[in-house]
Write a protein that binds this ligand. Structure first.
Ligand code: SF4
Ligand code: SF4
Length: 649
């Protein structure tokens, strides 16, 4: 009689404490701006099967992925034992309805208990012996407490199973692991050991429940909603601000309540694995930016003072210049390596851009060199302080029509600021024009072409971005443009993913995709052998942001004579050139330069040509090659230049 009462009382007390903590966290979450994006039913089911149950993202890191999957799946099965633990408080040897009390179930429970133990040992080995840098700054005590609690749960469970073997219950023969415990403990003591194990098991599980919300294991509760509510549209699209809304008095976010609730939920879902930090080009090159800390410090700065901030006795901490330095936010290249790796599907860039928006729009703070570039965007529609009148100076002798002169053309060739004004990238522009002309493509230029606004948007100047976007869309729509070929992945991303929200709906294709298509349809041939050893670089905005990996490789494969290789960090794991997110227009004084790190990686492949698909990358690599003194051995080129060479007889 005492047992059910005591178990019930303990459970009610533990649940009450848990509910109080969760209510506080829920209240914190509700302080954020509303606006969850609900997934479709099909998407939700796919996410549950692939990302949650299949652990697709966790398995991107095989060692950690395997032990995580053992613990996760183990606990799904061991949930039946927790239910049985409660049943046993009321009736000895109670088993889970329908599936319990069978040899198979008993075998599965022990099998997964052992897998959980193996997972715990692997996790402890990683944390205590390997000590990867990505765990720096994480709460190790929290991790060790959880690993110890999990071990206790499994060991006490096996002790309880051992006693069932001793009792001679028929299904208990399936408890293969508990047989070792039964053999090790004298039989006259088994009942006492099992009873003690039962009470320890109850207490550990209830303690576990209350430990979860205080640290990184909160993700056990928050990760499923976080995965379901993540961005299901393309990654490269940033959320807009309604600049005409008179109720908005401060733009961007610099305090907890200024973020959207989904962004705050991200911080609760962070498991502090540090994968984002390990792949972050800024952090990798010795800068302060740390995407893991972005989540943990935003969360704990609010959670640790939750009582005071919720009651209004204290304000929420400000972030830029207080919890973090301002440079922390400026150092991001928006490369999305963190987003790609995050097993919790957190959206790091959105939070960083929100803080940048706050600094730029609400406080007027910008790096001086960026200020100059944005001023030029405002007045000359390019970031180089060069006259807008000269945007198409490069095209004067190339007899390319403008779309207002030849409205019947099939494609608009969107050149972009680098392709128009940067001398090195003008060579790429000419190569693309040459290929298009030889392939007989019907195309024209947009006389009014201005910067798409990508750099302005990513440094946080949403106002300037929207101004440029609306002007471009007006011009494109006036000329009834339907199909666009872009030279630059940043233009591609903005035109395709961000302009529709402002009324610009176009079929946009990047030049590498277009080249692959011309080859596939035999509109061009590549007769000349290019006897080069190439290495290919995936740009962030073509690759991770827009998932275009295959087309450029198809083109490379079609070129005769070349041997080409991948860098160790390639495809979705590619390492940024350092130029995105407005970093092209900021000085890089802290740590090693990102472009140098990437060029050194290319140099180690012993390739003669570093092929890319983005004007930012090309400029960064030209600079990086000079910095490492590799001008004689490694030549950066755009894929279009290589194709153009291969077309020449
Ligand atoms: S987007 Fe890239 S640079 Fe920015 S935090 Fe993530 S990994 Fe680091
Ligand atoms: S944000 Fe994601 S990748 Fe980074 S530490 Fe948290 S869970 Fe890991």
């Amino acid at each position: 009689m005492l047992k059910p009462v005591l178990v019930t009382v303990l459970t009610i007390v533990a649940l009450a404490i848990f509910a109080r903590t969760m209510h506080r966290l829920w209240s914190l979450l509700r302080k954020g701006k509303p606006g969850f994006r609900l997934p479709s039913l099909g998407q939700a089911i796919t996410d549950l099967l692939v990302v949650v149950l299949g652990q697709k993202k966790v398995l991107r890191w095989p060692y950690a992925g395997i032990f995580h999957i053992m613990i996760f799946w183990g606990f799904l099965v061991l949930f039946t034992t927790i239910v049985e633990m409660y049943g046993e408080a009321f009736q000895k040897n109670w088993v889970f309805p329908m599936i319990g009390g069978t040899w198979t179930m008993a075998f599965c429970q022990d099998l997964f208990a052992v897998l959980v133990l193996v997972g715990v040992v692997m996790a402890a080995f990683l944390r205590m012996c390997v000590r990867p840098k990505r765990f720096e700054g994480s709460d190790h005590k929290d991790a060790y407490v959880i690993l110890s609690l999990i071990t206790l749960v499994v060991v006490t469970l096996l002790c309880m199973h051992a006693e069932k073997i001793e009792q001679g219950l028929p299904y208990a023969q399936g408890f293969f692991a508990a047989k070792f415990v039964a053999a090790a403990v004298p039989s006259h003591m088994l009942a006492t050991v099992a009873e003690s194990a039962y009470w320890l098991h109850v207490c550990v599980i209830l303690f576990f429940l209350n430990w979860i919300p205080r640290g990184k294991h909160l993700h056990l509760i928050t990760i499923i909603p976080n995965i379901l509510l993540r961005k299901h549209y393309v990654r490269g699209k940033l959320t807009s601000i309604n600049l005409d809304d008179p109720s908005i008095t401060s733009f961007g976010a610099n305090q907890w309540p200024e973020f959207r609730q989904k962004e705050l939920l991200d911080t609760f879902a962070c498991m502090e694995c540090g994968r984002c930090t390990a792949v972050c080009p800024a952090n990798f090159t010795g800068k302060e930016l740390n995407p893991k800390k972005l989540h943990t410090d935003i969360r704990y700065s609010a959670q640790k003072k939750s009582a005071a901030v919720l009651s209004g006795k204290e304000p929420f901490a400000t972030l830029a210049g207080n919890v973090f330095s301002e440079d922390f936010f400026w150092q991001c290249t928006t490369c999305a390596a963190c987003v790609e790796e995050c097993p919790a599907t957190n959206e790091h860039i959105d939070k960083i851009v929100e803080v940048r928006r706050y600094m730029v729009l609400s406080e007027g703070k910008l790096k001086p060199e960026t200020k100059q570039a944005l001023k030029s965007l405002e007045t000359q529609y390019n970031p180089f302080s060069l006259s807008h009148e000269d945007r198409f100076a490069w095209a004067r002798e190339l007899s390319i029509p403008f779309v207002d002169e030849k409205p019947e053309v099939e494609y608009l060739y969107w050149v972009g600021c680098f392709g128009c004004f940067d001398q090195r990238n003008q060579k790429v522009t000419r190569a693309i024009v040459n290929v298009l002309q030889k392939a007989g493509v019907s195309f024209a230029l947009l006389r009014e072409e201005r910067c798409t606004g990508d750099p302005a948007r990513r440094v946080g100047n949403e106002d300037l971005y929207q101004t440029l976007a609306k002007k471009n869309i007006e011009s494109l729509n006036t000329h009834k443009v339907k199909k666009i070929i872009t030279q630059c992945p940043h233009c591609y991303n903005t035109l395709l993913n961000e302009y529709p929200e402002f009324g610009g709906h176009y079929q946009v294709v990047h030049h590498t995709q277009f080249l692959a298509d011309l080859l596939a349809h035999k509109k061009i041939s590549l007769p000349r052998e290019v006897k080069e050893h190439l290495v290919y670089h995936d740009s962030c905005y073509l690759g991770r942001h827009n998932q275009i990996y295959a087309a450029p490789r198809e083109v490379l494969q079609a070129i005769k004579g070349v041997s080409w290789h991948e860098m160790p960090r390639q495809g979705s794991k590619s390492f940024c050139c350092g130029g995105g997110g407005g970093r092209m227009f900021m000085e890089e004084k802290e740590g090693k330069r990102v472009n140098v790190e990437r060029v050194e990686e290319a140099v180690r492949t012993k390739a003669g040509v570093l092929v890319s698909n983005c004007p930012y990358c090309l400029s960064m690599f030209e600079d990086g090659v000079k910095s490492v003194g590799a001008q004689e051995t490694l030549r950066p080129k755009d894929l279009a230049e290589v194709v153009n060479e291969a077309m020449e007889r």
